[in-house]
Design a protein around this ligand. Structure first.
Ligand code: GUN
Ligand code: FE
Length: 449
C-alpha cells in the first residue's frame, strides 16, 4: 500500500529460506526473495515471481540480487538461551561430579581467574568466535562476579557483532572457594555499576541481564536488591532453577516459608516476563503455572542435564503448561558450545523419556528446530527483533551449504530441502555454516583475523 514507508535496501537474496512461525514448526519457502534494509531489518520476503515488481517499488537493481543457487538455503540464527562464557576454557572436561560438587571443585576456582583481564580477553574472544562460527547469533551469557571482566565480554560480543545478553554473576553465600565470593552490598553496587557502564556504551545488540547465580548462592537480601534493580530498569533476569533434586531439597531447607523453589524467586520479584531460568528439570505443576502466570521462561539444557546426571526435562509437559521455552548449551556443564548439539541432545532426552514410557510423544526435529530459533527468541523476550524471517525483524541468518567439499554428510539426488535440513541438524557442523548474518551484517567469515 502507498502509505507504507520504504527504507533503503542494502541486500537482496533469492533462494530457499526455512524458518518457524507461530503456526508451523517448519515453513519452507522455495524460490523466494528477501530484502534487508540499511538498518539490518527484513524489508520484504516474497515469492520470486514478484521480483520485478519489488525492485521497482523498493528501488534495488535486479542485477544486485544475490542468487543462492539450488544447493544452499538460509535458516534463522540460533539462540543460545543459557551459556557460561567463563566456563568455555574447561568445556569438554570435568564431567564426573554432581552439580554442587562440580561447582566447588571445578567451576568456582576457574571463574576466580577472571579477575585477570588478559585471561578474560583470551577466553571471551574464543567463546564469542566459536559460538558465532557454530551459528549462535543470540547468546544469553553468564560471565563471573567481576564487573570489569564482564564488561569486556560485552565489548567483545559487540566487536564481533553478536547479539547478546550479558550478566555479571551475583553470589554472596555458600561458597567453599575463599576468594570467589562477594558481600551483599558489593554485589548490589557492582551490579548497578555494570548496568550503568554497559548501557552508557550504547552497544547496538548487547544488553545487560540481572544474574543471581541461583538461590543457594544468594542471601534473601541480595535477591531482594536484584529484583528491585531489574524492576526499576526494566531489565532481563537470568538464573538457575531445579536443576538437581539435591539443590531443590537445599532450597527447601534455606527457605522453609516459601511454597516452592519458584516461589522464592517470585517473592523476590525475580519471576517476570523478561526472566529466563535454566534447567527446571524438577518443577512441580504449580511452579510451572507460576512460570505461565508471570511470563517467565525456561532454558532447556539437555547436554548439561545428562552430563552432570541432573535430570531430564519433560518438554511436552512444559509446552502443555504454555510456558515459553528455548534451548541452551549451558557450557561447561554441557560440554558442547554448539546449538546443533543442544538440538540433538533435546531429541535424545525426548527419546529417553519415550523409552521409559512408550506412550510419551517424542519431539520431532521440526519442533526442536523451532525451539532453537523462534522458541529461544521468545524465551529471551527478543521475538520482536529475531527468531524468524518475519518482515520488520532483524536479519539474523545462517547460510547453509550442504555441499561444502569437507561436508560431514552426503546428499543424494532425490532428497528435498526438508530431508537436507534434517541431515544438517543431525549430522552437520560449522563447516556447513558458510555465512552468518546478525542484524544484516555479515559476521562470519570474520572480518578481522
Ligand atoms: N547452578 C549454579 N551455578 C551453575 C553453573 O555454573 N552451572 C550449572 N549447570 N548450574 C549452576
Ligand atoms: Fe548454567
Amino acid at each position: 500500500s502507498s502509505n507504507e514507508t520504504v527504507a533503503d535496501i542494502a541486500r537482496v537474496f533469492r533462494g530457499t529460506f526455512v524458518h518457524s512461525t507461530q503456526n508451523a514448526a517448519l515453513e519452507i519457502l522455495e524460490d523466494t526473495v528477501l530484502g534487508v534494509d540499511t538498518e539490518g531489518r527484513i524489508a520484504f520476503i516474497r515469492r520470486a515471481e514478484e521480483v520485478a515488481k519489488l525492485s521497482d517499488r523498493w528501488g534495488f537493481r535486479i542485477s544486485d540480487v544475490r542468487h543462492l543457487g539450488p544447493d544452499r538455503f538460509f535458516m534463522p540464527g540460533l539462540v543460545d538461551t543459557h551459556i557460561h562464557a567463563s566456563q568455555y576454557s574447561y568445556s569438554g572436561t570435568a564431567l564426573d561430579l554432581p552439580l554442587l560438587q562440580w561447582l566447588n571443585t571445578y567451576t568456582f576456582p576457574i571463574e576466580a581467574n577472571y579477575k585477570d583481564l588478559d585471561f578474560s580477553q583470551d577466553v571471551y574472544t574464543k567463546v564469542v568466535k566459536r559460538t558465532l562460527k557454530n551459528g549462535t547469533t543470540t547468546a544469553c551469557y553468564f560471565a563471573t562476579i567481576y564487573t570489569d571482566s564482564t564488561l569486556l565480554l560485552g565489548e567483545i560480543a559487540d566487536k564481533f557483532g553478536q547479539r547478546a545478553l550479558v550478566g555479571k554473576v551475583c553470589m554472596d553465600l555458600n561458597n567453599t572457594v575463599q576468594h570467589y565470593k562477594e558481600t551483599t552490598d558489593h554485589s548490589t553496587e557492582e551490579t548497578n555499576r555494570f548496568i550503568d557502564e554497559l548501557l552508557k556504551r550504547k552497544y547496538g545488540l548487547v544488553r545487560p541481564v540481572v544474574t543471581p547465580r541461583f538461590v543457594i548462592s544468594c542471601t534473601s537480601k541480595l535477591l531482594d536488591h536484584l529484583g528491585e534493580i531489574a524492576k526499576n530498569n526494566d531489565l532481563h533476569i537470568q538464573s538457575h532453577i531445579s536443576e538437581t533434586k539435591e539443590e531443590v531439597d537445599l532450597v527447601r531447607e534455606l527457605f522453609p516459608d516459601s511454597e516452592s523453589y519458584a516461589d522464592v524467586y517470585r517473592k523476590h520479584n525475580l519471576l517476570t516476563d523478561k526472566t529466563v531460568m535454566a534447567h527446571a528439570c524438577h518443577l512441580t505443576d504449580s511452579e510451572l503455572k507460576l512460570f505461565r502466570d508471570t511470563g517467565a521462561s525456561i532454558s532447556h539444557c539437555p547436554n548439561s542435564n545428562i552430563s552432570l546426571c541432573s535430570g531430564m526435562l519433560d518438554v511436552r509437559r512444559v509446552m502443555k503448561h504454555n510456558v515459553k521455552l528455548g534451548l541452551g548449551t549451558d557450557l561447561a556443564g554441557g560440554y558442547s558450545p554448539s546449538m546443533l548439539d543442544a538440538m540433538r541432545r533435546t531429541l535424545d532426552t525426548s527419546k529417553a523419556l519415550t523409552i521409559q514410557d512408550p506412550q510419551y510423544k517424542t519431539l520431532n526435529f521440526e519442533e526442536v528446530f523451532r525451539l532453537a530459533t523462534l522458541g529461544g527468541s521468545e524465551a529471551l523476550s527478543l521475538h520482536d527483533r529475531t527468531g524468524n524471517f518475519e518482515v520488520g525483524k532483524d536479519f539474523d541468518a545462517l547460510l547453509i551449504n550442504p555441499f561444502v567439499p569437507d561436508s560431514p554428510f552426503d546428499v543424494f539426488p532425490n532428497e528435498n530441502i526438508k530431508m537436507i535440513l534434517e541431515k544438517f541438524l543431525n549430522l552437520g557442523d560449522d563447516r556447513n555454516i558458510v555465512e552468518v548474518y546478525i542484524a544484516g551484517r555479515r559476521v562470519v567469515p570474520f572480518q578481522s583475523v
